[in-house]
Design a protein around this ligand. Structure first.
Ligand code: NAD
Ligand code: IPM
Ligand code: MN
Length: 353
């Protein structure tokens, strides 16, 4: 297994260090892998002048999987857009063709009280958000800020081709087949043509998946339903922009954004694995960040790219066990539990393994 490691910025290196310790601990199970580390994001801007250096891209392309911490931070927010850390992340997703972003929002029973919703609303929550990742308004042309009629205008283009919708639809329908058989497609077809096409294509595809019940929801209602009755959802499929927003919302239902892992896959299950959260500049360098989303991303990597289901489950069981033992970083802390830092949480997961 060839793994390209990109710790990134802010809390990225801190959480990645714990994820790598967990991976190292699995060597004793006979898992063998090679790792190479490179710069992506703000650290790459500082070291090489660009957020996605050629050397990083080459390493990522040569690897079977990429593990990413997080990128970004206020010190890079005033750079020209093409030099910003986030462009490096978008660039690597596009270059590696990672069009399918899986964001599972699962409530660990021990964290029911950390959720911002009442425990009974989230008990047993298990939603898979399938977010399209290389299209939509994130990448559409034309885009820009320019002078028109004596004032500045800013504009972006929301665009999806039928083939882009079909390939993410296929991933989502197949995941729904393996789960509860329910797929909810989220769009804004009452206003946006782009998402009318999205809905039309999803309806067309449904005929090939008679074992999946397809439903549709407008994105504003979906945002509301997620906090009203989140357990109505099994698999959700949506575009890049709506998926970005809804997955952060779903994350909070599970107690903290610090718990949500992700997989970004191409058509051959090569993937990049990263927590859904960002570089958390407000707590960076303090040893406070929750490393569990990144550790759970390692589990997703073992499952989706390397077909090591047993190793993936070992990590997930270890995470359940540390939560049951009461270990909590600040973001999931509540009275009566044991408050720990990033490294101690890593220690606890390794002990549980
Ligand atoms: P954020 O996710 O970094 O932080 C939001 C809040 O959640 C903060 O209060 C933070 O402290 C907390 N938080 C996040 N991860 C945590 C963890 N593991 N443990 C405990 N608390 C955690 O979002 P933001 O503040 O909007 O963005 C900060 C920077 O990160 C920006 O530059 C943004 O572009 C970037 N970003 C990067 C990614 C990525 O690399 N995939 C994702 C989102 C945001
Ligand atoms: C995410 C992030 C990224 C996105 C940013 C940092 C480019 O918010 O991974 O969710 O919007 O996709
Ligand atoms: Mn996001």
């Amino acid at each position: 297994m060839k793994i390209c490691v990109l710790p990134g910025d802010g809390i990225g290196p801190e959480i990645m260090a714990q994820a790598l310790r967990v991976l190292e601990a699995l060597r004793s199970d006979g898992l063998s892998f090679e790792m190479e580390t490179a710069h992506l994001g703000g650290c790459a801007v500082d070291a090489a002048g660009v957020p996605l250096p050629e050397a990083t891209l080459a390493l990522a392309k040569a690897a079977d999987a990429v593990l990413l911490g997080a990128v970004g931070g206020p010190q890079w927010d005033t750079l020209p857009r093409e030099k910003r850390p986030e462009r490096g992340l978008l660039g690597i997703r596009k270059e590696l063709n990672l069009f399918a972003n899986l964001r599972p929002a699962i409530l660990y029973p021990e964290l029911a009280n950390a959720s911002s919703l009442k425990p009974e609303l989230v008990a047993g929550l298990d939603i898979m958000i399938v977010r399209e990742l290389t299209g939509d308004i994130y990448f559409g042309q034309p885009r820009g800020i320019e002078e028109r009629n004596g004032e500045r205008v800013g504009y972006n283009t929301m665009i999806y081709s039928e083939s882009e919708i079909r390939r993410i639809g296929k991933v989502a329908f197949e995941i729904a087949q393996k789960r509860g058989g329910k797929l909810c497609s989220v769009d804004k077809m009452n206003v946006l043509e782009c998402t009318q096409l999205w809905r039309d294509v999803m309806i067309d595809m449904a005929a090939d998946y008679p074992d999946v019940t397809l439903s549709h929801m407008l994105v504003d209602n979906a945002a509301m339903q997620l906090v009203k009755n989140p357990k109505q959802f099994d698999v959700v499929v949506t575009g890049n922009m709506f998926g970005d927003i809804l997955s952060d919302e779903a994350a909070m239902l599970t107690g903290s954004i610090g718990m949500l892992p992700s997989a970004s896959l191409d058509a051959n299950n090569k993937g990049m694995y990263e927590p859904c959260h960002g570089s958390a500049p407000d707590i960076a360098g303090k040893g406070l960040a929750n490393p569990l989303a990144t550790i759970l991303s390692v589990a997703m990597m073992l499952r989706y790219t390397f077909s090591q289901e047993a190793a993936a489950q070992r990590i997930e069981s270890a995470v359940k066990s540390v939560l049951a033992q009461g270990y909590r970083t600040g973001d999931i802390f509540e009275a009566g539990t044991r408050k720990v830092g990033t490294v101690e949480m890593g220690d606890a997961v390794i002990a549980a393994l």
